[in-house]
Design a binder for this molecule. Sequence first.
Ligand SMILES: [Zn+2]
Length: 68
Amino acid sequence: MEAPSQEAAPLCKCGECDQIFIDLNPQTDCEEYPCDGLIELELLGKGENSFYGCPTCKTDSFLQDSKL
Ligand SMILES: [Zn+2]
């Protein structure tokens, strides 16, 4: 058996703080990239108004798809 390869996930980047995150709410045809050591987007807001956003900036306004 080979060792399992690195985890892969769609990534996004916050244009405000320039940090890369694991995108928990990706578009369906996103490419996946190794995500070792990256943190996930934070679920912000409450109930129906909740959304995944940058845990530092507390918004999803600056998120964009990222390619490493
Ligand atoms: Zn940010």
